[in-house]
Design a binder for this molecule. Structure first.
Ligand SMILES: [Zn+2]
Length: 157
């Protein structure tokens, strides 16, 4: 299985198909249609097109088995989830990331076990914490750069 750091970009519709592939390990177009028929109301041709695009993008492998094609993923689900989260955090001022993570935690329902794991992660992060996170935005793309106006020396990088 491919563990490339940056997976190809996939659309929301392609992601719906990928969830079926990830859950079932390998699928035929018929299986994808059956699973998604009530949720997405797609035609058979739509699913076949989406599967074809995912093969073109190098996300799926395909092999022929008699008259049908079997599709398998080349990427683990977590690779895509992490890339999606990284994309989000790249759009935010580094100073705001802590606040956004806090907000995400507030909004989600979590189990005791989830919270225990997050607490452990936070305890470890505390050891590596710094007094203030550096804004790495270009001037004019976030509010903190408006308040700096050359007061602080430019950070490295
Ligand atoms: Zn910033």
């Amino acid at each position: 299985m491919n563990i490339k750091a940056v997976p190809p970009h996939i659309t929301d519709a392609e992601w719906e198909v990928m969830r079926v592939v990830w859950a079932n390990k390998h699928v035929t177009s018929k299986e994808v249609i059956l699973i998604l028929e009530s949720k997405m109301n797609w035609k058979q041709t739509t699913v076949k097109t989406l599967l074809g695009r995912l093969v073109e993008k190098g996300v799926l492998d395909t092999e022929q088995d008699g008259r049908k094609y079997i599709y398998k993923t080349k990427f683990e689900e977590m690779v895509f989830i992490k890339d999606y989260a990284n994309n989000l955090f790249q759009r935010i001022c580094k100073k705001d990331i802590g606040h956004v993570i806090e907000d995400i935690i507030k909004e989600q329902t979590l189990s005791f076990n989830d919270i225990k794991k997050i607490e452990e992660t936070l305890m470890n992060k505390k050891e590596l914490a710094i007094s203030e996170v550096d804004c790495q935005c270009i001037s004019g793309q976030c509010e903190c750069s408006l308040h700096q106006h050359g007061e602080k020396p430019k950070s490295a990088g």
